[in-house]
Design a protein around this ligand. Structure first.
Ligand SMILES: O=c1ccn([C@H]2C[C@H](O)[C@@H](COP(=O)(O)OP(=O)(O)OP(=O)(O)O)O2)c(=O)[nH]1
Ligand SMILES: [Mg+2]
Length: 171
């Protein structure tokens, strides 16, 4: 594996696998692990014990650094179990790890619960990393954009009621 910037692939089940170089900044942390075949996210652990007071946030280290191939990014996503059980998410979800980033992957956890502190021990799985192919845009400035069915409607313009009956104009 001499050129980390060139994507190399293999296959496993339905997934295309891309090789990603990784170093452990903390020799005791496990490599990011996929819990099941086909899972999109590989779990990341915290290297420190942390207690996040109600409504507050904390940046935790994961003890790993990676070199993604060019054309890839990794996204740090929350774990749904922590969200459901504890009210814990990630402030900047999903966090973006650029292909050129060689520092430690860190996670900015937030405790949305307003009563209980969120307590994690070193080695607990606190987030998941999703590696994805990404495009970069070439931006072409124009006077007028082409028309579309949506136009400038957004921010709830379609309402919340079911549209199964085909009625337009939501509320
Ligand atoms: O959850 C995250 C998000 C980012 N990063 C690292 C990798 C990423 O490549 C770098 C910069 O992230 P981002 O571009 O989101 O932060 P910024 O505030 O724009 O910082 P910068 O000015 O360094 O780009 O920080 C993490 O370790 N975890
Ligand atoms: Mg940035």
């Amino acid at each position: 594996m001499t050129n980390p910037t060139e994507a190399r692939f293999s296959a496993e089940g339905g997934n295309r696998l891309v090789d990603v170089l990784i170093t452990r900044l903390d020799p005791e942390v496990p490599l990011p692990g996929y819990a099941h075949p086909g899972d999109a996210g590989a779990d990341l652990v915290t290297t420190s014990d942390v207690s996040i007071p109600p409504g507050e946030r904390a940046m935790v280290g994961t003890g790993i650094a990676i070199a993604l191939p060019a054309g890839y990014a990794a996204f740090v996503h929350p774990r749904s179990g922590l969200a459901h059980r504890l009210g814990v998410s990630i402030v900047n979800t999903p966090g973006t790890v650029d292909a050129g980033y060689r520092g430690e992957i860190k996670v900015v956890l937030v405790n949305h619960d307003l009563r209980e502190p969120a307590v994690f021990a070193r080695g607990d799985r606190i987030a998941q990393l999703v590696v994805q192919r990404v495009e970069r845009a070439r931006f072409h400035e124009v006077e007028r954009l082409p028309g579309s069915a949506r136009g400038d409607g957004g921010y709830g313009s379609t309402g919340t009621a079911s549209q199964a009956g085909g009625s337009a104009g939501g509320r």
